[in-house]
Design a protein around this ligand. Structure first.
Ligand SMILES: [Fe+2]
Ligand SMILES: [Fe+2]
Length: 191
């Protein structure tokens, strides 16, 4: 990915987050600037989604766009700022998670350019919720969307799905937006 694309995505994400007008959003954005969020990949392997520099931010924007399309189709019962926060922040758990997988030669491994180095293994959605909560007060909808965005890929989903569906009917549209982004919109360099 070329640098201008990284910068463009960064500007767009900062603009969208700021537009939510939520108390604390400025400190969240300031903190985000100190992280690798805008340059990190979204996965470790070339056959996974967004395995390139900037892949994580691109994935967040792709989920945002896919979810906005669903919000124009269905009554999801969510405010615009809730959709923005959930979409852009749902994978904050991947911030600082991937480190380059270098061969002895110093070059990046071709098949698996990154490896996971998780110093705070709290869980996937759970960690995103906690990280965002350090800066802004999440609504129940935002917390539920982020916590459960993996649906059946989360081992606890079967135990909670009926309660989650009742509390936040938009969960399926959000999970679908995440899947569409990772399967169709994010870059896959090799299948
Ligand atoms: Fe995720
Ligand atoms: Fe995701």
């Amino acid at each position: 990915m070329k640098v201008p694309k990284l910068e463009k995505n960064k500007e767009k994400i900062v603009e969208l987050l700021t537009l939510t007008g939520r108390q604390g959003i400025d400190t969240l954005v300031d903190w985000l600037m100190t992280t690798d969020f805008f340059t990190a990949p979204a996965s470790t392997r070339l056959d996974f989604h967004g395995c390139e520099a900037g892949g994580l931010a691109q994935h967040a924007l792709n989920v945002y766009e896919a979810f906005e399309m669903k919000a124009s189709q269905y009554d999801l019962g969510l405010r615009e700022d809730e959709r923005t926060i959930a979409s852009l922040c749902h994978d904050f758990c991947k911030i600082g998670l991937y480190v380059p997988n270098r061969l002895k030669s110093g070059a990046l491994s071709e098949a698996k350019p990154y490896v996971v180095q998780d110093d705070f293994p709290l869980g996937h959605g759970e960690k995103s919720v906690l990280i965002v909560s350090r800066h802004i007060e999440l609504t129940n909808n935002e917390a539920l969307l982020m916590r459960w965005h993996m649906e059946h890929y989360d081992a606890e989903w079967e135990n909670y799905k009926e309660r989650v569906e009742r509390a936040c009917p938009a969960i399926h549209a959000f999970h679908a937006a995440d899947m569409e982004a990772s399967k169709y919109l994010d870059v896959k360099l090799r299948r």
